[in-house]
Design a binder for this molecule. Structure first.
Ligand code: NAP
Length: 257
Protein backbone atom coordinates (compact mmCIF):
# COMPACT_ATOMS: atom_id res chain seq x y z
CA UNK A 1 0.00 0.00 0.00
CA UNK A 2 1.27 3.47 -0.88
CA UNK A 3 1.29 5.65 2.23
CA UNK A 4 2.09 9.34 2.66
CA UNK A 5 3.60 9.86 6.10
CA UNK A 6 3.49 13.51 7.16
CA UNK A 7 6.44 13.91 9.49
CA UNK A 8 8.72 16.28 11.33
CA UNK A 9 8.55 14.39 14.65
CA UNK A 10 10.38 11.55 16.37
CA UNK A 11 7.25 9.40 16.13
CA UNK A 12 7.09 9.92 12.37
CA UNK A 13 10.73 8.84 12.01
CA UNK A 14 10.09 5.77 14.13
CA UNK A 15 7.00 4.88 12.11
CA UNK A 16 8.90 5.41 8.83
CA UNK A 17 11.63 3.07 10.07
CA UNK A 18 9.15 0.35 11.06
CA UNK A 19 6.83 0.58 8.04
CA UNK A 20 9.68 0.84 5.52
CA UNK A 21 10.78 -2.56 6.79
CA UNK A 22 7.38 -4.08 5.93
CA UNK A 23 7.26 -5.45 2.39
CA UNK A 24 3.62 -4.65 1.74
CA UNK A 25 3.99 -0.89 2.22
CA UNK A 26 5.63 1.85 0.16
CA UNK A 27 6.22 4.85 2.39
CA UNK A 28 6.91 8.43 1.34
CA UNK A 29 7.77 10.69 4.28
CA UNK A 30 7.11 14.40 3.94
CA UNK A 31 8.90 17.22 5.76
CA UNK A 32 7.85 20.87 5.71
CA UNK A 33 11.43 22.06 5.15
CA UNK A 34 11.36 24.60 8.00
CA UNK A 35 14.41 23.38 9.92
CA UNK A 36 17.75 24.03 8.24
CA UNK A 37 19.27 20.63 9.12
CA UNK A 38 16.36 18.25 9.74
CA UNK A 39 16.86 14.72 11.03
CA UNK A 40 15.78 12.75 7.96
CA UNK A 41 13.62 9.64 8.25
CA UNK A 42 14.76 6.43 6.58
CA UNK A 43 13.28 5.64 3.17
CA UNK A 44 11.87 7.97 0.52
CA UNK A 45 11.53 11.59 1.65
CA UNK A 46 10.03 14.65 -0.03
CA UNK A 47 10.50 18.16 1.36
CA UNK A 48 8.34 21.30 1.18
CA UNK A 49 4.70 22.35 1.27
CA UNK A 50 2.09 20.96 -1.12
CA UNK A 51 0.28 24.25 -1.76
CA UNK A 52 -2.65 24.00 0.65
CA UNK A 53 -5.40 21.37 0.79
CA UNK A 54 -5.93 21.49 -3.00
CA UNK A 55 -2.24 21.02 -3.70
CA UNK A 56 -2.10 18.10 -1.29
CA UNK A 57 -5.17 16.50 -2.87
CA UNK A 58 -3.54 16.76 -6.32
CA UNK A 59 -0.24 15.40 -5.01
CA UNK A 60 -2.00 12.41 -3.39
CA UNK A 61 -3.88 11.64 -6.60
CA UNK A 62 -0.84 12.13 -8.88
CA UNK A 63 1.26 9.86 -6.67
CA UNK A 64 -1.49 7.21 -6.31
CA UNK A 65 -1.43 7.33 -2.50
CA UNK A 66 -3.87 5.04 -0.71
CA UNK A 67 -3.58 6.26 2.87
CA UNK A 68 -2.25 9.27 4.79
CA UNK A 69 -0.69 8.99 8.21
CA UNK A 70 -0.32 12.42 9.76
CA UNK A 71 2.39 12.14 12.38
CA UNK A 72 3.20 15.85 12.45
CA UNK A 73 3.63 17.78 15.68
CA UNK A 74 0.41 18.18 17.75
CA UNK A 75 0.57 21.94 17.02
CA UNK A 76 0.91 21.56 13.25
CA UNK A 77 -2.81 22.26 12.93
CA UNK A 78 -2.78 23.65 9.38
CA UNK A 79 -1.27 20.61 7.67
CA UNK A 80 -3.55 18.34 9.74
CA UNK A 81 -6.64 20.27 8.62
CA UNK A 82 -5.39 20.27 5.01
CA UNK A 83 -4.73 16.53 5.09
CA UNK A 84 -8.21 15.87 6.54
CA UNK A 85 -9.79 17.95 3.77
CA UNK A 86 -7.70 16.44 0.96
CA UNK A 87 -8.26 12.83 2.04
CA UNK A 88 -12.00 13.42 2.54
CA UNK A 89 -12.30 14.76 -1.01
CA UNK A 90 -10.47 11.75 -2.44
CA UNK A 91 -12.22 9.24 -0.18
CA UNK A 92 -8.90 8.12 1.30
CA UNK A 93 -8.46 7.05 4.93
CA UNK A 94 -6.35 9.18 7.25
CA UNK A 95 -4.76 8.26 10.56
CA UNK A 96 -3.70 11.10 12.87
CA UNK A 97 -0.89 10.07 15.23
CA UNK A 98 -0.76 12.61 18.04
CA UNK A 99 1.04 11.81 21.27
CA UNK A 100 -0.88 12.44 24.53
CA UNK A 101 -0.63 15.91 26.02
CA UNK A 102 0.99 16.62 29.38
CA UNK A 103 -0.95 16.63 32.64
CA UNK A 104 -0.05 18.62 35.74
CA UNK A 105 1.06 16.71 38.84
CA UNK A 106 1.44 17.63 42.50
CA UNK A 107 3.60 20.72 42.91
CA UNK A 108 3.06 21.98 39.37
CA UNK A 109 1.92 25.59 39.00
CA UNK A 110 0.42 25.51 35.51
CA UNK A 111 -1.71 28.11 33.77
CA UNK A 112 -3.52 26.60 30.78
CA UNK A 113 -4.32 29.06 28.00
CA UNK A 114 -6.08 28.59 24.64
CA UNK A 115 -3.51 30.27 22.39
CA UNK A 116 -0.20 32.15 22.16
CA UNK A 117 -1.80 35.60 22.55
CA UNK A 118 -3.30 34.50 25.87
CA UNK A 119 0.06 32.94 26.81
CA UNK A 120 1.81 36.27 26.21
CA UNK A 121 -0.67 38.16 28.41
CA UNK A 122 -0.61 35.54 31.16
CA UNK A 123 3.18 35.22 31.26
CA UNK A 124 3.65 39.00 31.40
CA UNK A 125 1.43 39.05 34.48
CA UNK A 126 3.39 36.28 36.20
CA UNK A 127 7.02 37.29 35.85
CA UNK A 128 9.74 39.52 34.43
CA UNK A 129 12.15 36.91 33.06
CA UNK A 130 10.37 34.49 30.74
CA UNK A 131 11.72 31.31 29.15
CA UNK A 132 9.91 30.90 25.80
CA UNK A 133 10.04 27.31 24.61
CA UNK A 134 7.44 27.47 21.88
CA UNK A 135 9.78 27.06 18.91
CA UNK A 136 10.64 29.93 16.62
CA UNK A 137 7.15 30.24 15.13
CA UNK A 138 4.65 32.20 17.15
CA UNK A 139 7.19 34.36 18.97
CA UNK A 140 5.57 37.41 17.34
CA UNK A 141 2.64 36.97 19.78
CA UNK A 142 5.04 38.22 22.48
CA UNK A 143 6.44 41.16 20.46
CA UNK A 144 4.05 43.72 21.93
CA UNK A 145 5.15 43.03 25.51
CA UNK A 146 7.86 45.55 26.32
CA UNK A 147 8.43 44.97 30.04
CA UNK A 148 9.48 41.29 30.47
CA UNK A 149 12.82 39.95 29.27
CA UNK A 150 12.51 36.78 27.17
CA UNK A 151 14.95 33.93 26.73
CA UNK A 152 13.78 32.51 23.37
CA UNK A 153 14.90 28.92 22.83
CA UNK A 154 14.53 27.48 19.33
CA UNK A 155 16.32 25.15 16.93
CA UNK A 156 16.76 27.86 14.26
CA UNK A 157 16.75 31.66 14.72
CA UNK A 158 13.26 33.22 14.73
CA UNK A 159 12.49 35.44 11.73
CA UNK A 160 9.29 37.06 13.04
CA UNK A 161 9.05 40.27 15.00
CA UNK A 162 10.49 39.79 18.51
CA UNK A 163 9.85 41.45 21.87
CA UNK A 164 12.30 44.32 22.47
CA UNK A 165 14.04 42.70 25.48
CA UNK A 166 15.24 39.22 24.59
CA UNK A 167 18.10 36.81 24.09
CA UNK A 168 18.05 33.93 21.57
CA UNK A 169 19.26 30.49 22.62
CA UNK A 170 19.67 28.04 19.75
CA UNK A 171 19.33 24.45 21.00
CA UNK A 172 17.66 21.20 20.03
CA UNK A 173 16.30 18.77 22.65
CA UNK A 174 16.14 16.35 24.28
CA UNK A 175 17.19 18.19 27.44
CA UNK A 176 17.80 16.72 30.90
CA UNK A 177 16.25 17.99 34.13
CA UNK A 178 19.66 19.11 35.37
CA UNK A 179 20.29 21.01 32.09
CA UNK A 180 16.94 22.72 32.45
CA UNK A 181 17.39 23.50 36.16
CA UNK A 182 20.78 25.04 35.40
CA UNK A 183 19.25 27.12 32.60
CA UNK A 184 16.45 28.41 34.84
CA UNK A 185 18.94 29.35 37.56
CA UNK A 186 21.55 30.91 35.27
CA UNK A 187 19.02 33.19 33.61
CA UNK A 188 16.97 33.82 36.79
CA UNK A 189 13.83 32.67 34.93
CA UNK A 190 10.59 33.30 36.82
CA UNK A 191 8.05 31.95 34.31
CA UNK A 192 8.19 29.31 31.57
CA UNK A 193 5.97 29.27 28.47
CA UNK A 194 5.42 26.05 26.54
CA UNK A 195 3.00 24.47 24.11
CA UNK A 196 1.33 21.28 25.34
CA UNK A 197 3.56 19.25 23.03
CA UNK A 198 3.52 16.09 25.15
CA UNK A 199 6.18 13.39 24.97
CA UNK A 200 9.43 13.02 26.84
CA UNK A 201 11.94 14.90 24.65
CA UNK A 202 11.06 18.34 25.99
CA UNK A 203 9.31 17.47 29.27
CA UNK A 204 12.36 18.07 31.50
CA UNK A 205 11.63 21.81 31.66
CA UNK A 206 8.33 21.00 33.40
CA UNK A 207 10.10 19.00 36.09
CA UNK A 208 12.75 21.69 36.48
CA UNK A 209 10.06 24.36 36.83
CA UNK A 210 8.23 22.25 39.44
CA UNK A 211 11.44 21.79 41.46
CA UNK A 212 12.13 25.53 41.29
CA UNK A 213 8.50 26.44 42.11
CA UNK A 214 8.25 28.42 38.86
CA UNK A 215 4.87 28.87 37.10
CA UNK A 216 4.43 27.38 33.63
CA UNK A 217 2.06 28.79 31.02
CA UNK A 218 0.84 25.84 28.91
CA UNK A 219 -0.77 26.53 25.53
CA UNK A 220 -3.58 24.10 24.65
CA UNK A 221 -3.50 22.15 21.38
CA UNK A 222 -5.48 23.02 18.28
CA UNK A 223 -8.65 20.92 17.92
CA UNK A 224 -8.48 17.85 15.69
CA UNK A 225 -10.59 17.70 12.53
CA UNK A 226 -13.55 15.32 12.55
CA UNK A 227 -13.71 12.19 10.40
CA UNK A 228 -10.14 11.21 11.10
CA UNK A 229 -8.87 8.13 12.97
CA UNK A 230 -6.82 9.29 15.96
CA UNK A 231 -4.09 7.22 17.63
CA UNK A 232 -1.58 8.24 20.28
CA UNK A 233 1.39 5.92 19.82
CA UNK A 234 3.49 4.46 17.03
CA UNK A 235 2.47 0.95 18.10
CA UNK A 236 -1.21 1.89 18.01
CA UNK A 237 -0.77 3.35 14.52
CA UNK A 238 0.76 0.09 13.30
CA UNK A 239 -1.93 -2.03 14.97
CA UNK A 240 -4.75 0.02 13.46
CA UNK A 241 -3.11 -0.12 10.05
CA UNK A 242 -2.54 -3.90 10.19
CA UNK A 243 -6.09 -4.55 11.38
CA UNK A 244 -7.52 -2.39 8.62
CA UNK A 245 -5.40 -4.13 5.93
CA UNK A 246 -6.36 -7.56 7.36
CA UNK A 247 -10.04 -6.56 7.21
CA UNK A 248 -9.73 -5.89 3.49
CA UNK A 249 -9.31 -2.11 3.85
CA UNK A 250 -13.01 -1.68 4.31
CA UNK A 251 -14.47 1.32 6.14
CA UNK A 252 -12.25 3.58 8.17
CA UNK A 253 -9.23 2.31 10.11
CA UNK A 254 -10.16 1.67 13.77
CA UNK A 255 -9.12 3.67 16.80
CA UNK A 256 -10.78 6.68 18.34
CA UNK A 257 -12.75 8.85 15.92
P1 NAP B 1 1.49 23.89 10.06
O1 NAP B 1 1.40 25.27 10.59
O2 NAP B 1 0.44 22.93 10.40
O3 NAP B 1 1.58 23.91 8.46
C1 NAP B 1 1.90 25.07 7.72
C2 NAP B 1 2.23 24.66 6.31
O4 NAP B 1 3.49 23.99 6.30
C3 NAP B 1 1.26 23.66 5.73
O5 NAP B 1 0.13 24.31 5.21
C4 NAP B 1 2.11 22.98 4.68
O6 NAP B 1 2.30 23.83 3.56
C5 NAP B 1 3.46 22.93 5.35
N1 NAP B 1 3.71 21.68 6.08
C6 NAP B 1 3.60 21.43 7.41
N2 NAP B 1 3.99 20.20 7.71
C7 NAP B 1 4.35 19.62 6.54
C8 NAP B 1 4.88 18.34 6.20
N3 NAP B 1 5.10 17.40 7.13
N4 NAP B 1 5.14 18.11 4.89
C9 NAP B 1 4.92 19.06 3.95
N5 NAP B 1 4.45 20.29 4.22
C10 NAP B 1 4.17 20.56 5.50
O7 NAP B 1 2.90 23.26 10.40
P2 NAP B 1 4.01 23.78 11.42
O8 NAP B 1 3.45 23.89 12.77
O9 NAP B 1 4.67 24.95 10.76
O10 NAP B 1 5.02 22.54 11.39
C11 NAP B 1 5.87 22.33 10.28
C12 NAP B 1 6.66 21.06 10.51
O11 NAP B 1 7.41 21.17 11.72
C13 NAP B 1 5.80 19.81 10.64
O12 NAP B 1 6.45 18.78 9.95
C14 NAP B 1 5.77 19.55 12.14
O13 NAP B 1 5.65 18.17 12.44
C15 NAP B 1 7.12 20.09 12.57
N6 NAP B 1 7.14 20.59 13.95
C16 NAP B 1 6.24 21.56 14.33
C17 NAP B 1 6.26 22.01 15.64
C18 NAP B 1 5.27 23.04 16.13
O14 NAP B 1 5.35 23.42 17.32
N7 NAP B 1 4.33 23.51 15.32
C19 NAP B 1 7.20 21.49 16.54
C20 NAP B 1 8.10 20.51 16.10
C21 NAP B 1 8.06 20.07 14.80
P3 NAP B 1 1.34 23.72 2.28
O15 NAP B 1 0.05 24.36 2.68
O16 NAP B 1 2.07 24.47 1.21
O17 NAP B 1 1.17 22.27 1.98
Amino acid sequence: MRILLLGGTGEARELARLLTGEREHEIVSSLAGRVSAPIRPVGEVRVGGFGGADGLRDWLADNRMELVIDATHPFAGVITANAAQATARLGLPMIRLSRPGWTAGPGDRWYRVPDLAAAADTAAGLGDRVLLTIGRQGVAAFAGHTRPWYLIRAIDPPTDQLPPRHEILLARGPFTVSDESELLTRHRIDVVVTKDSGGTATAAKLTAARIAGIPVVVVDRPTLPSGVTVVTTVDEAREVLSAWVAAGRSGRPGGRR
